[in-house]
Design a protein around this ligand. Structure first.
Ligand code: ASP
Length: 415
């Protein structure tokens, strides 16, 4: 059976087991979560996390070395960042639009008093994140897993390798072989993916259950619908017009990576798998995938931006605050910045929501209102986040063909 089918079966079984245990056997769930779901999920997560820092460094350095010519590097970088910014803006606009249409917070009955106890974590200022892109100590950046800093250092190293050419061919081979080793390890770790997906989902659904969903149904549904529309319309159109690829093929070929993102709620954690899937199933040349996807997993979070847009309007509705047009534009701008500053790990989008709320003068404690369903939404938005990166990789690859980039084959569906 294909791995992607196995992962999806794992996900469905996990959801069913989680719901059944939550409804009928809460005690049994606690034991199973402690001794089975928790440990299996953690082992799987740690195995992929183990590969993230080396993969980001090796692949970006190799990608930059492969692109070589600074002009080409600048062109690809410009297209990538341009695409990220435009799609993230579209994402928030879809989120805001749907939130106004559906009015998830207008129904009343929300306990705003109870939220006073919620202590919001301080969101890191985005300016700091941007200023800190250049690491003063690259080894420290790797030890801390600071992706933007690792990316910056890797681009410098790759650039030097490209410029020094013959002189550094040993290092280039080292990067290539290192990359091969890491990709091989991804394959091995992925054998565990169906079990990891099962355990992670069973644990999430089992502990949050359907109660949370009932109270927050409309908010949950609005975010979900916005995510779906953004994926289908924005990515579908971009992939078919700019990437000249059948959108159905795109989504189907990329499904294995989406299901891993769904179960891990981490763009960074899924990176090894999403790069492999884009290179093998979507035929994105390694050079481009290794540059676009790690960058995307770090700074491009359309799904997160959608959640932040909907959550802001939802909270404004619950508190009966009318947001002015200027405030809405502020939401768009802050959510784009927040998307750049959001780390690709579980739950950070919610912390960054604090920044958006603060910017428009809404109470930060109101995050407590959306907390209950966020674990489930995090899974879905992470899948959208990495799909956006992959769609960018497909489009950049296509547009580079006319500059003599490696031609793309039509993807086959044998995944
Ligand atoms: N979990 C998301 C990701 O890794 C970030 C977030 O929205 O919390 O892409």
């Amino acid at each position: 059976m294909k791995l992607s089918v196995q992962i999806i079966i794992g996900l469905i079984l996990g959801i069913i087991v989680g719901i059944v245990l939550n409804l009928f056997a809460a005690d049994l769930f606690e034991t199973l979560d402690k001794f089975v779901f928790g440990p299996v999920g953690t082992i799987f997560l740690n195995l992929i996390k183990m590969l993230v820092v080396p993969i980001v460094f090796f692949s970006i350095a190799l990608g930059a070395a492969g692109i070589g010519d600074p002009k080409k590097l600048g062109r690809i970088g410009g297209k990538t960042i341009g695409y990220f910014l435009i799609t993230t803006t579209v994402a928030i606009v879809i989120g805001l639009g749907l939130a106004y249409l559906i009015q998830p917070g207008a129904g009343g009955g929300f306990d705003t008093q109870g939220q006073a106890n919620f202590k919001a974590e301080e969101a890191p200022p985005v300016v700091d994140t941007l200023l800190n892109i250049i690491p003063t100590n690259p080894i420290d950046a790797m030890a801390k897993g600071d992706m933007l800093q690792i990316i910056a250092f890797a681009i410098f190293v790759g650039f030097a390798v490209a410029v020094l050419g013959e002189k550094t061919k040993g290092v280039r081979r080292l990067l290539e072989e290192g990359n091969d080793i890491l990709m091989y390890l991804v394959n091995i770790v992925m054998i565990l993916a169906p079990y990891g997906a099962f355990a992670l989902i069973a644990s999430a659904v089992g502990s949050f259950g359907l109660d949370a969903l009932q109270a927050m149904g409309l908010y949950f549904g609005t975010v979900l619908l916005a995510l779906l529309l953004h994926a289908i319309i924005t990515y579908g159109t971009a992939v078919s017009t700019l990437g000249k690829m059948n959108p159905l093929k795109f989504f189907k070929s990329f499904a294995p990576a989406m299901s891993v993102a769904f179960s891990t709620s981490s763009s960074s954690g899924t990176l090894p798998v999403s790069m492999k899937t884009a290179q093998e199933n979507l035929n994105v040349p390694k050079q481009i995938s290794s540059f676009v996807q790690p960058l995307g997993a770090t700074i491009n979070m359309d799904g997160t931006a959608i959640m932040q847009g909907v959550a802001t309007v939802f909270i404004a509705q619950v508190y009966a605050v009318d947001l002015s047009l200027t405030q809405l534009i502020t939401v768009v701008l802050t959510a784009v910045l927040a998307s750049i500053g959001t780390a690709g790990v579980p739950g950070v989008g919610l912390i960054m929501l604090a920044m958006v709320l603060k910017q428009v003068g809404l109470p930060v404690e109101a995050i407590g209102l959306v907390l209950g369903v966020d674990r489930l939404l995090d899974m879905t938005r992470t899948a959208v986040n990495i799909t956006g990166d992959a769609s960018c990789a497909v489009i950049v690859a296509k547009s580079e063909e006319k500059h003599g980039g490696a031609p793309q084959k039509t993807p086959d569906l044998d995944i």
